[in-house]
Design a protein around this ligand. Sequence first.
Ligand SMILES: [Zn+2]
Ligand SMILES: [Zn+2]
Length: 420
Amino acid sequence: MKAVLDHVGIAVRNLDEALAFYRDTLGLEIHAPEDIAPQGVRAHLVPVGQPALELLEATRADSPIATHLERRGPGLHHITLRVDDLEAALAHLRARGARLIDEHPRPGAEGAQVAFVHPSAAHGVLVELKQAARPRSSLTTKRLRWGALELVSAPDGPFALDGGAMFGVVPRPLWETLAPPDERNRILLSMRPLVVEADWGRMMIDCGAGDKMTPKQQDIYGLDRTRHLDHALADADLSAERIDVVLATHLHFDHFGGATCRRGPTLVPRFPRARYLIRGAEGEDATHPHERNRASYLQDDFLPLKAAGAIDFYDGDQVIRPGIRVVRTGGHTGQHQIVFIESGGRTAVFTADLIPTTAHIRDAWVMGYDLFPMETLAFKRQFIREAIEREYLIFFEHDPLVAAGYIREKDGRRFVEQVV
Ligand SMILES: [Zn+2]
Ligand SMILES: [Zn+2]
């Protein structure tokens, strides 16, 4: 079993006296209290680096904290170890004859599942085991009318990448509250390709990771293929066969892996009728990878398209179909581009890896993956200003919860008003 220290619980008789020490004397920041009604306890979390302190007061006479105070007075109450799988940890302890207070997990603070081990099994210390609540992703298919166009956000499922790499030079204490990392330091992301339905046909912008990855790669990237792009398309009464055009923002596997699929021993275009639109210079870069981008450009994602004669290469910023305009940002890759979707006087922008999640709306929050971060910063600074002023609807391709929203600014603080 692997476990990390999560917090140390301290029973307090008089909260004001405890705060006088922890908050006023030590000068620590104290979170707003949380009531854990089933246990008759109110908890005040005190962040102190990775593990926290937790000040616990009784809210009922029969709560375990009240009992503890009565028997032993105030002081150290429990330590909490965080585990990946609480049921498995309890089974592990049970098999070794450890005495448990809770045979099964029960709800704890912050949506976690917890269970207590009896102090007699832990040399006099009350040990709480905790399985933290996973940030849930919202991956439903969403449809939105956009002028004369119909937009369908069609998720290809969740995945996970190293949190540090996702936020570049931003220190972990700043990003971890927005994107809590798992035990392997990965944060939860999603892949959200976008379908545009127009009178000229159906365009798919990016197409997710697809299903060619080995179990080992799936584990590394936390891919969960229970629900993927095919399901999302079916939800919108669509299918791969009904897509006319596939447009790539760039050819990284999490954006373009879904372009091809296996049929028996061969790889074929996933969208059998579609023309695949790829910026020529991005195609060049992807087929001539170097040490720094080799893990992101998987040849199986695009070489079979070339063999099938399904690619239309183009060069430069342009209106690629009525209402669909591509603009090179550079930065993330040399030819990374975003897609402007303009109809009825309204502008939506599919920002791909320029603003991958809502946490990246700060100018300097640039991914460590970017090949040319200063280029990203320069483009982003100007683009976000424009997006706020002209109210562009922004599609966040990798956000676990928000498919699209408006970036707003109030009193110098930026936030996203979710639309879908
Ligand atoms: Zn990328
Ligand atoms: Zn990406």
